[in-house]
Design a protein around this ligand. Structure first.
Ligand SMILES: Nc1ncnc2c1ncn2[C@@H]1O[C@H](COP(=O)(O)OP(=O)(O)O)[C@@H](O)[C@H]1O
Ligand SMILES: Cc1cn([C@H]2C[C@H](O)[C@@H](COP(=O)(O)O)O2)c(=O)[nH]c1=O
Ligand SMILES: [Zn+2]
Length: 281
């Protein structure tokens, strides 16, 4: 019978004890499992040998016959675990501005950073991400995120601490990349992308990484009609396909009321334009 896995915490012991990984069950702090092999994926745990109840390092140390300092220092010396931060909202909300600011803050703290954007975004060239204000930062433009590690080089990738991703709505492999980069490779991944398209539908897989995220920030722009907070992006042109690269020439940020009004106007306009279009014979 497959035992349901309780959330548990790996404590990585110093190298001299690398063959032992002890599982300390969070929900049963008094339970110390017998030394077990490293689990790579959820497996049925052997029946825990119940130890004398104790919730302190003292019993853990006695059990492992390790000086507390070794355990603590090995935990402290371990690289911190990965992180995922999502920055979303409509166009012109300041997503790219915030992404650049956060990545550059990490860089000034001495961390190794890299920036990625989708090569679908050809508005300002392919070697930099650029805000609507013109602020730039060099980046690698890719068709999919899975190419990043090989394009950058494994050695350089392994030295990276922070990975910034812009225009995340255009990456179909966003979930797997973020999962691997944060969970397995312990990178800090900062993702900027639209939550919705011009019809206010989920755009790409940005919403799918919310459950993976440490933090989620939804920014707002300023409604072009009334100056209130803008949560949505209105398309001003008649195209109806989801992907249409463009800036203020094609899109404008609007509040809820002006989205509804604007959408009605756009739909009416499209009907009129369609009616005037000569029938294809
Ligand atoms: N209607 C608007 N509302 C808010 N910002 C706007 C608007 N039109 C232009 N901007 C400019 O766009 C900048 C945000 O650009 P950017 O960070 O590239 O946004 P995003 O990545 O969310 O599209 C703002 O700092 C502002 O100067
Ligand atoms: C709403 C919407 C946007 N796009 C495109 C337009 C731009 O090239 C990007 C968004 O850029 P930003 O950095 O968030 O300003 O996405 C699209 O293709 N389809 C849409 O519905
Ligand atoms: Zn408005």
């Amino acid at each position: 019978m497959m035992r349901s896995l309780l959330p548990f915490q790996f404590y990585t012991l110093p190298p001299s004890h690398h063959h032992h990984h002890h599982l300390l069950l969070k929900h049963s702090p008094n339970l110390l499992l017998s030394p077990v092999q490293t689990f790579r994926s959820p497996v049925s745990l052997p029946t825990p040998s119940v130890q004398k109840p104790s919730s302190s390092f003292t019993s853990f140390r006695r059990y492992c016959k390790l000086p507390v300092q070794d355990i603590r220092s090995s935990m402290q010396s371990r690289p911190s675990s990965g992180e995922i931060h999502v920055i979303t909202g409509p166009m012109f909300a300041g997503k790219t501005t915030a992404l650049i600011r956060r990545v550059q803050a990490e860089q000034s703290n001495g961390r190794n950073v890299a920036m990625i954007k989708s090569d679908k975004d050809t508005r300002y060239g392919l070697d930099a991400i650029v805000t609507h204000d013109g602020t730039k930062m060099p980046c690698m433009a890719l068709p999919e995120l899975s190419l990043f590690r090989e394009r950058l080089g494994v050695e350089s990738y392994n030295k990276l601490d922070v990975i910034g991703i812009d225009e995340a709505q255009f990456f179909e492999d966003l979930y797997d990349f973020c999962c691997n980069a944060a969970d397995r490779d312990r990178k800090t991944v900062i993702v900027a992308g639209l939550d919705g398209d011009f019809l206010r539908r989920r755009f790409g897989t940005v919403l799918d990484i919310i459950p993976l995220a440490d933090t989620v920030t939804k920014l707002t722009a300023t409604c072009e009609f009334c100056g209130q907070h803008a949560f949505f992006t209105l398309r001003k042109t008649k195209e109806t396909q989801t992907e249409l690269i463009g800036g203020a020439d094609v899109y404008m940020p609007v509040c809820r009321q002006h989205y509804v009004d604007g959408q009605l106007v756009m739909e009416a306009t499209r009907i009129v334009l369609d009616a005037e279009r000569p029938a294809v014979v």
